[in-house]
Design a protein around this ligand. Structure first.
Ligand code: 13P
Ligand code: SF4
Length: 361
């Protein structure tokens, strides 16, 4: 759910030295540049200018015993500068649930921070960018699910994790990009309702053909909807014509035609792991059909040389968070940076997530 906008723009570029010495800043700048591993885009000057802020965020995290988790689509200064853990939405929900710290700071979009609050209701969950939405979670409201349940009584309702707490509260089980096929196969009956991603729903429909009917909703991810089958086919043909053995890896939020052209389909984390493992085996020409953050992670974490061909699309919602927002929510959070969910919604949404954990393991 989109909470209030800040009264004034967040202070950007508020970079002082925070009292750190030149030597400390230089050491931190080198750590950042080494970790990000993209010296052309993240020059030492840029890293030097960010270093006081990453040092200060890391100090505050330790002082306040905060667990800072970041989704793979956050920018590298966050993922490699200040995050304690970076992963896909499923792994991060589990980490939020199991964290020993009483405060979790989730650098990501709102539905992910809400999910952290649902799975750890007694912890304080900080969300630096309260207005960071998602085209999928914004495409559906609780009333839409209620209407579907009235139209198809008794049919299990599955929601993708990219939904608000209020939508989750109306559903039977939640799924993520790393477990939707496995969980949906296990559900009773020969029908299921899948909301809100029509692309992932269609992929599910194709996979369950002959076993279950999947009733779809019409949401889509504005980022993954940019990729089309013909675009991927053209790339593959051009590469093949030039003797390049291209491996295509796609996120399941893409259109069925894109997925049909792909050699591997998986969550942001699975795509990264597969790319790294392919490079290790000598298959170095890879095309990542997803948000740009996954490519940033592959470049940072692959030990072998690889060529990332083609392009990626940036999620404007995921990229809303900056180090300044994280610093603000750690220092003196605005009320909207502290995730609150009413008790009834939280309890009902919690059952939907518990069912996911039960079926996914
Ligand atoms: P992952 O669970 O694969 O990280 O996906 C979340 C998401 O929003 C992808 O667009
Ligand atoms: Fe939502 Fe798509 Fe952005 Fe993921 S990439 S947060 S699904 S808009």
């Amino acid at each position: 759910m989109v909470i209030d906008m800040p009264a004034a723009p967040l202070p950007r570029g508020m970079i002082g030295t925070f009292g750190y010495s030149e030597k400390e800043i230089e050491k931190e700048a080198q750590r950042l540049q080494f970790a990000i591993k993209q010296p052309m885009r993240w020059s030492i000057e840029i890293c030097r200018s960010l270093a006081p802020m990453t040092l200060e965020i890391n100090r505050l995290k330790r002082e306040k015993d905060v667990f800072l988790i970041a989704h793979s689509y956050q920018t590298p200064d966050i993922t490699y500068g200040v995050a304690d853990s970076v992963a896909d939405s499923y792994a991060l929900s589990k980490e939020a649930r199991d964290a020993s710290q009483q405060t979790i700071l989730f650098s990501s979009v709102r539905f992910m921070a809400e999910t952290a609050k649902i799975v750890s209701p007694h912890k304080t969950v900080l969300h630096p960018s309260p207005d960071a939405g998602c085209s999928l979670s914004d495409s559906i409201e609780a009333e839409d699910v209620i209407a579907l349940k009235e139209k198809y009584p008794g049919v299990p309702v599955v929601c993708y994790i990219n939904t608000s707490a209020a939508v989750k509260a109306e559903c039977d089980v939640c799924v993520t990009s790393s477990n939707y096929l496995r969980i949906c196969e296990k559900l009773p009956g020969d029908q299921l309702i899948f909301v809100p991603d029509r692309f992932m729903g269609r992929h599910l429909q194709n996979s369950l053909e002959g076993k279950k009917e999947v009733i779809l909703y019409d949401g889509e991810c504005e980022v993954h909807a940019e990729f089309t089958g013909p675009k991927i086919r053209t790339w593959k043909k051009n590469m093949n014509d030039n003797g390049i053995d291209l491996v295509v890896l796609s996120h399941p939020e893409c259109d069925a035609e894109v997925l049909a052209e792909s050699d591997f389909i998986g969550s942001s984390e699975l795509l990264m792991n597969e790319a790294i493992s392919l490079a290790r085996k000598g298959r170095r020409n890879l095309m990542l059909i997803t948000e740009c953050g996954t490519a940033d992670r592959v470049l940072a974490e692959a030990e072998d040389h690889l060529n990332l061909m083609g392009t990626c699309v940036m999620c404007r919602h995921m990229k809303k968070t900056q180090l300044e927002d994280i610093l603000e929510s750690l220092t003196d959070p605005r009320p909207s940076q502290i995730v609150e969910i009413d008790e009834d919604t939280l309890n009902r949404a919690s059952k939907t997530l518990d069912e996911m954990f039960r079926l996914a393991e």
